[in-house]
Design a protein around this ligand. Structure first.
Ligand SMILES: Cc1cc2nc3c(=O)[nH]c(=O)nc-3n(C[C@H](O)[C@H](O)[C@H](O)COP(=O)(O)OP(=O)(O)OC[C@H]3O[C@@H](n4cnc5c(N)ncnc54)[C@H](O)[C@@H]3O)c2cc1C
Length: 502
């Protein structure tokens, strides 16, 4: 079977890895020049920067990405990683000496003594959900079912609460609510739109201190954790890409698919911008859902139901990003390579601004990441790489990104200087990345940095589409954008394709 896959992002690479193993002829077409989509590095003037994911889940033995790589004979060196969290008046930075897995709980109680009871209750809730997750990953057994049911009973009362209701019930201080739900504003989701059971998983304590043990006494992984890939995240797509090529798959880089031809309800071929046409038995596409279905396929080939889904799902917004080369070591000031700085506790307001084209100019928060910490070769001798970014609307209500980007970059650098003194004097390289850059890079009209907003009840564009042998995958077909769900989409589409061949 000849299978054409549009896009060489992580979802497509996961799928292609399975398909070449089964001996199919796989052709991957991508407008960029290497595999990975947003996982590929940005490189200029001797510097390399991550332009997408920084922290990767599922890289420990037994977890999906680790196992996918292992199945092709690759084990990448990784390092557990953690992030700091700084609010205007409170800092949750891992202590120099490890103080046990509950140091954030103790610190929260110190900062917010009036909410001590709520904090204890939060951590009971957190541990219960972590236990349920852990049990769900074990071999099914009666004893596990009973343990799950009993654990669930202890938190059942919260099952229908939104994040907003839950944090308002437990915490009186809005800043404390932000400690546990601030990340939602990045996902462009209002805390009243998402169930509270999501909170522990977007705030795994292991993500704030990489010294927290993630294994149980028998050596089974108990808690989820994040990793850096030593040498950069692009090592993952490179490894998958090599395997695909060595096993007969091919890549057509620097080409853009402009049309998917459909005849009698079946996808037959793709057209490229240079006029070439390639036939296939099965076609799969990643990318923006609207761009793929309305521009490449055409509404006339879709069902009313599929169009309704396309009209109703919501995407995350974009980011405004600075890649900086610097001639000093940022870690002399910022103790962790990655720190989130939250500027507001008004998460509803932040989400509203984001969705309505109002850029907060860094005031609602940003993160600073030292790319060269886990990949020293990313910067020339004596230099370091910094990526500073914040979520930002795709389109500005007033003016364009192009005309405003320099001034917004200066503002972000000034805000960062509170934590990295004299930063502007140490800049040796600067690249400003706006939503427009990402739209061009990802071939989308609307850049959604993590795919779909994880709103409860939303129906995402399904992998199986109204066009019989055409499948959709990638971050705009999964909730909770990120490498883990997006790659899982590649596994799912593989299963669908396999079933269709029976
Ligand atoms: C700034 C940022 C930070 C992130 N941080 C994290 C993180 O810390 N952890 C995490 O897990 N995830 C993170 N993510 C999300 C994660 O990286 C993405 O969800 C995931 O990589 C998307 O994979 P994908 O398969 O959908 O493809 P993409 O990476 O979106 O790639 C799709 C590719 O297809 C190409 N393409 C599309 N249409 C066409 C066409 N018609 N013709 C030719 N080529 C086409 C595009 O040009 C692109 O190269 C982050 C993303 C961004 C942008």
């Amino acid at each position: 079977m000849r299978i054409i896959i549009i896009g060489a992002g992580i979802s497509s690479l996961t799928l292609a890895t399975h398909l070449v193993k089964d001996g199919h002829e796989v052709i991957i077409i991508d407008k960029n020049t290497r595999p990975g989509g947003v996982m590929a590095l940005y490189q200029e003037n001797g510097y390399s920067f991550e332009q997408g994911p920084l922290l990767i889940g599922d890289m420990n033995p037994g977890e999906a990405m680790y196992e996918l790589l292992k199945s092709i004979g690759v084990t990448l060196p990784t390092e557990r990683c953690d992030r700091g969290l700084v609010l205007k008046d409170y800092a949750f930075i891992r202590p120099d000496r490890f103080q046990g897995k509950n140091w954030r709980k103790d610190l929260a109680k110190k900062y917010f003594p009036e909410d001590a009871e709520g904090i204890d209750e939060y951590y009971r809730f957190y541990e219960a959900l972590m236990k349920i997750r852990y049990l769900s990953l074990q071999k099914p057994s009666l004893i596990n079912r009973i343990r799950t049911a009993l654990t669930f009973l202890s938190i059942k009362k919260y099952q229908n609460m939104t994040c907003q209701q839950f944090t308002e019930k437990l915490f009186s201080n809005p800043d404390l609510r932000t400690v546990y739900t601030g990340i939602l504003a990045d996902f462009c989701v209002d805390p009243s739109e998402i169930n509270c059971f999501s909170i522990p998983f977007t705030n795994a304590e292991t993500a704030f201190d990489d010294r927290i043990d993630i294994y149980d006494r028998k050596g089974n992984q108990y808690y989820p954790a994040f990793n850096y890939v030593i040498g950069g995240v692009q090592k993952i797509p490179e490894a998958l890409g090599d395997y695909i090529e060595k096993n007969g798959g091919s890549f057509m880089y620097g080409r853009t698919v402009t049309k998917i031809n459909v005849e009698n309800g079946r996808a037959t071929s793709v057209n490229l911008e240079n006029g070439e046409q390639f036939k296939a038995d099965i076609i799969v596409s990643a990318g923006g859902a609207h761009e793929v279905f309305y521009k490449l396929i055409g509404k006339e080939h879709l069902t009313d139901e599929y169009i309704r889904i396309l009209e109703n799902f919501r995407k995350m917004e974009a980011v405004f990003m600075l890649h900086l080369g610097v001639d000093y070591d940022p870690l002399q000031y910022q103790k962790q390579p990655l720190v989130y700085y939250y500027g507001t506790s008004d998460l509803k307001g932040a989400t509203y601004r984001l969705r309505n084209g109002i850029y907060h100019d860094g005031q609602d928060g940003f993160l600073i990441f030292c790319d060269s910490y886990h990949a020293r070769e990313f910067a020339p001798e004596g230099r370091h790489c910094l990526t500073i970014y914040t979520v930002a609307p795709n389109r500005l209500n007033e003016g364009s990104w192009e005309e405003n980007k320099e001034i917004y970059a200066d503002h972000l650098i000034s805000l960062a200087e509170k934590y990295l003194p004299d930063l502007h004097k140490h800049i040796t390289f600067k690249k400003i990345i706006t939503a427009d850059y990402y739209k061009e890079y990802t071939n989308t009209d609307f850049f959604s940095f993590g795919g779909l907003v994880p709103v409860d009840g939303q129906v995402n564009p399904p992998h199986r589409t109204p066009v019989e042998n055409f499948y959709f995958l990638g971050s705009q077909s999964e909730s909770n954008g990120g490498i883990t769900p997006t790659s899982a989409g590649g596994h799912k589409v593989y299963q669908l394709i396999k079933e269709s061949m029976k």
